[in-house]
Design a protein around this ligand. Structure first.
Ligand code: JF5
Length: 236
């Protein structure tokens, strides 16, 4: 899988791709990350990537010609994604879909936004949440992280992500490791019992309980067994 990240701040993005886990994944050849400087697609001597908005108003707008030239320089891709607060909300489901692609281009806007005509040259617009950032770079890195860990061979335990929150549709169960006691806080007895079936049942119930308490909205979409539903009723 190849990712092409188009940004006016390549020096901001590159360090993240050189971080230990991703670096190893890249070294293994499982993914490739190309960071392209959008400024390399400018055509004037001042390397201008932005301009004032038609109609007036504050701030600057990223030029469509420069943006589209950068997209085309990244080469043929399965998806060209524009990071934007106005995009479709990024979810684990979208991550699972994107993880099956061969080449994804991630376009990071800066300034007040990109000339709206650039929308004609992307396959989708994605938002990582309902807040406004100063640029799309963090969104692109979020998509890089969320999708690359789903690529076969990237995560050690093959089934590991199948149990993640959002893959099961539920929040994760609580995890514990040594010490057995910390400032008076112990570890649930069941986890040191060695009863694997009982541990699995306890973890499922904890996941259901936490989801009901913290994210009841997720329960509507989750795949629940008759036993899960009984346990949830017991909680009331
Ligand atoms: C951006 C204009 C892009 O702020 C974001 C964003 C928020 N959620 N998801 C993405 O992207 C950066 C800012 C302004 C275009």
């Amino acid at each position: 899988m190849k990712y092409s990240i188009l940004t006016l701040f390549p020096e901001l993005v590159r360090p993240w791709t050189q971080e230990s886990i991703l670096e190893k994944v890249i070294a293994k050849g499982l993914i490739k990350v190309d960071v392209h400087d959008i400024r390399g697609s400018t055509t004037d001597k001042h390397k201008t990537a932005d301009d004032t908005p038609y109609g007036g108003g504050a701030g600057m707008v990223m030029r469509v010609d420069v943006t589209v030239k950068a997209i085309e320089a990244a080469g043929l891709a399965d998806e060209v994604i524009l990071l934007s607060p106005a995009g479709e909300r990024f979810t684990q489901k979208i991550a699972e879909d994107l993880a099956t692609k061969e080449h994804i281009v991630l376009v990071c806007g800066r300034y007040e936004g990109i000339d709206a005509r650039a929308e004609e040259f992307v396959t989708r617009e994605i938002s990582i949440g309902d807040y406004v950032l100063m640029g799309g770079e963090l969104g692109a890195l979020v998509i890089l992280e969320a999708t690359s860990r789903l690529i076969p061979g990237v995560i050690k335990e093959a089934e590991s992500h199948q149990q993640d929150s959002f893959s099961t549709g539920l929040l994760d169960y609580p995890h514990y490791t040594r010490p057995a006691e910390f400032r008076g806080l112990g570890v649930p007895e069941i986890l040191v019992s060695g009863h694997h079936a009982k541990i699995a049942e306890w973890r499922r119930k904890q996941a259901l309980k936490r989801t009901k308490q913290r994210r009841p909205d997720l329960l509507e979409q989750a795949e629940l067994t008759a036993e899960d539903l009984l346990w949830l009723e017991e909680l009331d």
